[in-house]
Design a protein around this ligand. Sequence first.
Ligand SMILES: [Zn+2]
Length: 150
Amino acid sequence: MDRDRSAAPLWRCPLCGRTFAARNQTHTCAEVGDLDRHFDACAPQVRATFDRIVAVLQDIGPFTVLPEKTRIAFHVRMSFAAVMPRRKWLSGHLVLDRRIENPRFTRIETYSPRNILHAFRIASPAEVDDEFTVWLAAAYRVGEQRHLTG
Ligand SMILES: [Zn+2]
C-alpha cells in the first residue's frame, strides 16, 4: 500500500504552487515568516485569537491561509474571510450568503445577494465562541461555492 500512496500524484496548490500529498491540504500560502510578520506589532492575545480561528476552521475542512500585504485571507475556492491584525484586536470580515443582523458585526456590505461582507472586531480567543463558529462554518460554505452549480 505504501507503494500506491507514493505513486499517487501530488496536489499542487493553484495559489502558491506548492505540492502536497492531500488535495486542498490546509496550509499557509507564503514563505515561512510572512504570516508571523503580520503579528509583529500585536499583543500576544491577537495572535492567539487568530490561531483559534484557524483551529476552528480546521475542524470544518481544508483551506489555505493567504498572507497578503495588508490582510490575511482564508480561501477555499474563493476567499471567504479575512483578518487584519491590529495592536490589540483583530479586525476582519466574513463573507456570508445571507444578511445576519447581530451587534457583533460592525458593518455589513452587500456585494451581491449571496456575497455579503460582515465586518467584525474581536480581541480574544474566547470571542471565537459557538456563535462565531457557526458563522465561520457558513462563510466556509460560501468559500466552497456550494451554492453555485457546475
Ligand atoms: Zn498555497
